[in-house]
Design a protein around this ligand. Structure first.
Ligand SMILES: C[S@@+](CC[C@H](N)C(=O)[O-])C[C@H]1O[C@@H](n2cnc3c(N)ncnc32)[C@H](O)[C@@H]1O
Length: 208
């Protein structure tokens, strides 16, 4: 199922300015390897949200090779920092090259391992946490990430409409995980959540 009509997606892309050489190369790799990056429409939203919240501390759960982190870095306050996490050492190595190219290597601390364990090991609270790990983990992410947000901070969760599978009878663990996450996020008193039906559905949960 298309979340947005394809003609609307084409229109949004036609409005979106070309990216710099680094982001374009990352987008080319994503297309070639079918690697699920957030893409430029959501990338611009991440940059806006960092600007809007005057973000100084961002924690990414599931950073891939750094595409979402580069968009965040462009909205980060001076002196701010981003902690990236991913289970793949190959992604970490590729990200290091792209962060150097984008001249943001000084802002980013990339850690390899299980994202939720790495969050538990890191002290402090965050202006933004990005949730983009395996989808069956989403309910656990909600429970572990919300307490780590500052008041007014944002949990940003990608793929919350899951190509429309959330409304069908698909009972795959990924789909079930996203449905459970969405219920938690909408029912919780600790956050106020909306889903923006952009690309694959981006949930924004603001900490009360
Ligand atoms: C959708 S991709 C991330 C894309 C990235 N946020 C972007 O838009 O550029 C998901 C990534 O999360 C990683 N991942 C999934 N579950 C994880 C976990 N529990 N701990 C660490 N990394 C995980 C995968 O290795 C993969 O690289």
């Amino acid at each position: 199922m298309n979340i947005l009509d394809p003609s609307i997606v084409r229109y949004l892309h036609s409005l979106t300015p070309p990216r710099d050489a680094t982001l374009q190369e990352m987008e080319r790799i994503a297309a070639e390897k079918r690697f699920p990056i957030i893409g430029p429409l959501v990338g611009r939203l991440l940059c806006q949200l960092a600007l809007l919240t005057r973000a100084q501390t961002i924690f990414e759960l599931g950073s891939g090779y750094g595409y979402s982190a580069i968009w965040f870095a462009r909205g980060l306050q001076p002196g701010g920092r981003i902690i990236c996490t991913d289970g793949s050492g190959a992604n970490a190595a590729l990200a290091a090259r792209f962060f150097r190219q984008a001249r943001i290597e000084g802002l980013v601390d990339y850690r390899t391992g299980d994202a939720l364990s790495l969050l538990a090991e890191e002290p402090g609270s965050f202006d933004i946490i990005l949730n983009d790990v395996d989808k069956h983990e989403y309910p656990e992410v909600f429970r572990k990430a919300v307490p780590r947000l500052k008041k007014g901070g944002l949990l940003i969760t990608d793929n919350t409409l899951w190509q429309g599978r959330v409304v069908g009878d698909d009972d795959a663990p990924s789909t079930a995980g996203i449905r459970a996450f969405n219920r938690l996020a909408f029912q919780s008193e600790d956050v106020l959540t909306t889903i923006i039906p952009l690309r694959d559905g981006v949930a924004l949960s603001i900490k009360r």
